[in-house]
Design a protein around this ligand. Structure first.
Ligand code: SAH
Ligand code: DHB
Ligand code: MG
Length: 222
């Protein structure tokens, strides 16, 4: 089995376990209408993020890389009524599309989008002593992944879960000599994780609608 098979299995998982979700369909349609690239997490991956955030009882969620807010909606739905999510996005058009999608999904009161380079927003959060986040999803420009995890760590508490998307990229992560800054950034992330005593981490490869890729999963230990 390869790509067609992975797609078919993702469709099966969707039918059996995810069901119809008109609000999320509407979000993807709005993204396409606005010309956003279709690089959102898949439905099964979105629900995985949702379940992980629920599993740690997240009341405060941070996302780096909003796009049209598809993953944001899945994550916001994991929050209790008084929970909060902040999503960081560099592109004001993406942020506008996302805010409309969050509004239609009924989570606009809980989820806000900050428009700036994420490293700037993260620095500002650290300066302003932003309260710690319980769950952090990193899914923006890959060359900054190590810096994002470092910033995430400073905005965390023991028990915070950190998830990073796209860390395998069809196996390109193995290419130590890659001229692609995204690959070099992901390799720097693995080096940083290996050397960081406050994090315990793994990476899990995935196939499916998003082809062959994978996630880093990490917990802040102390
Ligand atoms: N998490 C989304 C997909 C995000 S795609 C989902 O699964 O639905 C990556 C996003 O990161 C894009 O919208 C891109 O504009 C944004 N991005 C790229 N570089 C960035 C930066 N330096 N700071 C903040 N956002 C950035
Ligand atoms: C790309 C970015 C993503 O976050 C993703 O999940 C898939 C692709 C990209 O920039 O190509
Ligand atoms: Mg991604």
């Amino acid at each position: 089995m390869s790509e067609a098979g992975w797609q078919a299995v993702d469709a099966f998982i969707g039918e059996k376990l995810l069901g119809d979700d008109p609000v999320l369909d509407l979000a993807l349609a709005a993204n396409a209408q606005a010309g956003l690239p279709a690089i959102d997490v898949s439905p099964a991956q979105g629900k995985m993020l949702h379940l992980l955030a629920r599993g740690v009882g997240a009341k405060r969620i941070l996302e780096v890389g909003t796009l049209g807010g598809y993953s944001t909606i899945w994550l916001a739905r994991a929050l209790p009524q008084d929970g909060r999510l902040i999503s960081l996005e560099i592109d004001p058009t993406h942020a506008d599309v996302a805010r409309a999608n969050l509004d239609r999904a009924g989570v606009a009161d809980q989820a806000e989008v900050w428009v700036a380079p994420a490293l700037d927003s993260l620095s500002m959060m650290q300066e302003r002593d932003e309260p710690a986040f319980d769950f952090i999803f990193i899914d923006a420009d890959k060359q900054n992944n190590a810096a994002y995890v470092r910033a995430a760590l400073s905005l965390s508490h023991p028990g915070t879960m950190i998830v990073v998307d796209n860390v395998i990229r069809e196996g390109r992560v193995l290419d130590a000599g890659s001229a692609d800054a995204n690959v070099a950034g992901t390799r720097a992330l693995f080096d940083m994780l290996a050397a960081e005593p406050r994090l315990t981490a793994t990476a899990v490869q995935t196939v499916g609608a998003k082809k062959w890729d994978g996630f880093v999963l990490a917990i802040v230990t102390h």
